[in-house]
Design a protein around this ligand. Structure first.
Ligand SMILES: Nc1ncnc2c1ncn2[C@@H]1O[C@H](COP(=O)(O)OP(=O)(O)OP(=O)(O)O)[C@@H](O)[C@H]1O
Length: 572
C-alpha cells in the first residue's frame, strides 16, 4: 500500500481534480514573476498592446493596466485553485482516515483469536490512534507539494528562456543540493523508525500503568522499578530518538532552505565572471531564484512529513499482514439443528511461548450432547481453557475434526456453527447494552432474568441499555450470564463462571440454572473447580497435561462426589 494509493483509491475523481487544480495553481505562480518583470521592462514583442500608459480605475492610477488585470486575475485564480485543491484533499483525507480505521476494525473482528492474542491490544491501539493520523497528515500535504513542484518547474522554464547557461548551472546546483540533502534525511529516518518501534512498548507500559494501578499503589519499590525500567525508559528512548531525528532533519531543512541563496550567490558572484549575463537577465534570474525559495523549502519540508507517514504506513501494513483474515465464509450460511457435537482426534498446539515447543492439547475424542451437562476438570495448566476454546471454535483444530450433528466444521460452516454457541470465559467482556437483540418480548425476558439472577434491585434496562455496569465482579458476571441466556444458544460454555459467586448464588447456578438449561435441551459445558457440585454433571471430562485422561459418566447411582473429587486430585 503506497501513501498516494491510500488516497487515490478512495475518491479517484476528487483526487485527480484536486491534483489538476493544484498543478494549475503552480503554473499560475510560475507565471506571476514573468508578469511582474514584464511590467518593469516590457518586451515589445509580448504584451505589445499593454502599453505603458497609466489608466485611472475607480480613482486609482494603474500602470500597465492590462498587465495589472492579468496579474490580479492570476492571483484570484491561485486563491481559488489552491483553496479548492487543499479543501478537497483535506476532505478526502478525512474520509481516508475513517475508512482506514474501519478497515482495521473489520480486520480485527475477522482475524483469528490466536493472532489477536499473539499481537496484543497495545500494538493495535497504537496503529489506530497514532499511525492512521500520521499517514493522513503526510498525504494531506500533497496539494502543496504539487503546487510547489509545478511552480519550481515553471520558474526553471523561465530561467531556460532567459539564459540557458544559467539554467544548467542552477539545475546542477539543485541536483547537488537535493542529493546532499538526502544523506542526513536517511539518518534522521532511521531514528524515526526506532522511535516508532518503542511506541508499541510504551503503549504496553501505559496499559500496565492504568490496569496495574492497584498493584503499583501497594508497593513503592515495584512502582519505582516500573517507572524507571519501563515507563520512563520507553519515554526517554522515544524522546532521545525523536530529538536526534528531528535535530538532523531540522539542520538538513535549514540547509535546504539556503540552497536557493547559495545558488543566487554563486550566480551573482562567480557565474557572471565566466559567462556573459546582462544586468536585466541577472535581475530576472535573481528574482526567479528568490521566488523559488518558498517552493523549494516547502518541497524539502514535505520530505520529513512523508518519512514519518511512511514509517506509520509500513507499521499499519505490517499489522494488516500479521492479522490475516480468518479463512471462513464470514456470514452464516446454514441454519441447522444438531443433537451432538463430536470431536474426533482433535489436536491443537499453542504457538511456542518462550522456550520449547508450544503446549499441545489432544488428540482428544469426545461427544457433547444436547440435554446434558458436561464438566471439564483438571489441574491448573492441564488444558481446560484451551479445550474449551476448541469447543467454542475460537481455536481451530490443527488435526482431527469437529462435527455439529451432520455438519462438519470447515471454512464454509465455521461462522454458522459459531452462531450456535454462547460462552462466558474468565476474560469475558460485558457490553453496556444488548446488541443484536430487539423486540418487546426481550424487555420482559430481561426483567425476568434480572429478578432470577437477583440483580433487579441494582440494574434496570432502558432502550436496550443497562442502567449501570458499576457492579461487583460477581454481579457483573451474572449480567454477562443474563445476556448469554437471552441470546438463546444451543451450546453453552462457562469457564469457571461460579468462581466469584457467593455460596448462595453458586448453589443457584449449579442446582437451578444448569438443570434448567439441561431441561431446555441445551448442551452445557462447565469448567469448574467446585468439586462439591460435580454430581450435577452428566459427564465429567478429566484433563491431564493436555490430554483427556478419562471421562466419568455420572448417573444417579454412580454420582458420588467422593469419586470425582478423587479423580480431580489425581488430575491435579
Ligand atoms: N495464548 C497462549 N499462548 C501460548 N501458550 C498458551 C496460551 N494459553 C495457554 N497456553 C499454554 O497452555 C497451557 C494450558 O493452558 P490452559 O489455559 O488451557 O490451562 P487451564 O487448564 O485452563 O488452566 P487454569 O486452571 O489455570 O485456568 C498453559 O500451561 C500454557 O503453557
Amino acid at each position: 500500500m503506497k501513501l498516494f494509493d491510500a488516497f487515490s483509491q478512495k475518491a479517484p475523481n476528487k483526487v485527480f481534480f484536486s491534483i489538476v487544480l493544484g498543478a494549475l495553481a503552480g503554473v499560475c505562480y510560475a507565471f506571476l514573476i514573468p508578469t511582474v518583470l514584464d511590467s518593469l521592462a516590457p518586451d515589445p514583442g509580448r504584451y505589445a498592446t499593454a502599453g505603458s500608459s497609466v489608466e485611472t480605475i475607480a480613482g486609482v492610477e494603474v500602470a500597465h493596466y492590462r498587465l495589472a488585470a492579468v496579474f490580479l486575475l492570476t492571483c484570484a485564480f491561485i486563491l481559488f485553485a489552491r483553496s479548492f485543491s487543499q479543501i478537497m484533499l483535506l476532505r478526502v483525507s478525512m474520509d481516508v482516515a475513517t475508512s482506514l480505521r474501519i478497515r482495521i476494525y473489520h480486520r480485527i473482528a475477522s482475524a483469528p483469536i490466536v493472532q489477536l492474542e499473539r499481537m496484543g491490544s497495545p500494538k493495535l491501539i497504537a496503529a489506530l490512534t497514532t499511525d492512521v493520523a500520521r499517514i493522513v497528515m503526510g498525504a494531506r500535504m500533497l496539494p502543496d507539494l504539487l503546487i510547489s513542484i509545478v511552480t519550481l518547474v515553471g520558474m526553471l522554464g523561465f530561467l531556460l528562456y532567459m539564459n540557458a547557461a544559467v539554467f544548467w548551472f542552477v539545475m546542477g546546483a539543485i541536483v547537488f543540493g537535493v542529493v546532499s540533502y538526502q544523506i542526513p534525511m536517511y539518518f534522521g529516518n532511521r531514528y524515526f523508525v526506532r522511535s516508532r518501534h518503542v511506541a508499541d512498548d510504551l503503549q504496553e507500559s501505559i496499559r500496565a500503568l492504568i490496569y496495574g494501578a492497584k498493584e503499583l499503589k501497594l508497593n513503592q519499590n515495584k512502582r519505582a522499578s516500573f517507572f524507571d525500567e519501563l515507563l520512563i525508559e520507553h519515554e526517554r528512548k522515544i524522546l532521545q530518538y525523536d530529538k536526534r531525528g528531528f535535530t538532523i532533519v531540522r539542520a538538513a531543512m535549514n540547509y535546504g532552505d539556503l540552497i536557493s541563496f547559495f545558488v543566487i550567490g554563486a550566480v551573482t558572484f562567480v557565474f557572471v565572471n565566466y559567462h556573459s549575463v546582462s544586468s536585466t537577465e541577472l535581475l530576472g534570474v535573481i528574482m526567479a531564484l528568490l521566488y523559488v525559495t518558498g517552493p523549494v523549502t516547502s518541497i524539502l519540508n514535505f520530505i520529513p512529513q512523508v518519512i514519518v507517514a511512511r514509517v506509520s504506513l509500513n507499521k499499519v501494513t505490517q499489522i494488516l499482514d500479521e492479522l490475516p483474515e480468518e479463512e471462513a465464509e464470514q456470514h452464516p450460511v446454514l441454519d441447522f439443528d444438531w443433537q451432538s457435537i463430536v470431536f474426533k482426534d482433535v489436536c491443537y498446539q499453542h504457538p511456542h511461548a518462550g522456550e520449547g515447543s508450544g503446549f499441545q492439547v489432544g488428540p482428544v475424542s469426545l461427544e457433547l450432547e444436547r440435554g446434558q451437562v458436561t464438566f471439564i476438570v483438571g489441574g491448573n495448566g492441564s488444558g481446560k481453557s484451551t479445550l474449551s476454546k476448541l469447543m467454542t471454535l475460537h481455536y481451530l483444530p490443527q488435526s482431527g475434526s469437529i462435527r455439529f450433528g451432520d455438519v462438519e466444521v470447515d471454512p464454509r460452516t465455521l461462522v454458522s456453527c459459531r452462531q450456535q454457541i454462547g460462552a462466558i470465559f474468565t476474560d469475558y467482556y460485558l457490553f453496556d447494552r444488548l446488541l443484536g437483540l430487539g423486540g418487546a418480548q426481550v424487555q420482559e425476558r430481561v426483567m425476568g432474568y434480572l429478578s432470577a439472577l437477583q440483580l433487579d434491585h441494582k440494574v434496570t434496562i432502558k432502550d436496550g441499555r443497562f442502567s449501570t455496569l458499576a457492579l461487583s465482579d460477581g454481579q457483573k458476571k451474572r449480567l454477562a450470564l443474563l445476556v448469554s441466556l437471552l441470546e438463546d444458544k444451543s451450546l453453552y460454555l462457562f469457564d469457571e463462571w461460579a468462581a466469584d459467586q457467593d455460596p448462595v448464588f453458586k448453589q443457584v447456578f449449579y442446582q437451578t440454572l444448569l438443570p434448567e438449561l439441561r431441561a431446555r435441551n441445551k448442551a452445557v459445558v462447565v469448567i469448574s473447580h467446585d468439586d462439591r457440585y460435580f454430581d450435577v454433571a452428566d459427564k465429567v471430562l478429566v484433563m491431564e497435561d493436555g490430554r483427556l485422561a478419562r471421562v466419568e459418566l455420572v448417573s444417579g447411582a454412580t454420582r458420588t462426589k467422593a469419586a470425582l473429587a478423587g479423580s480431580v486430585s489425581a488430575a491435579a
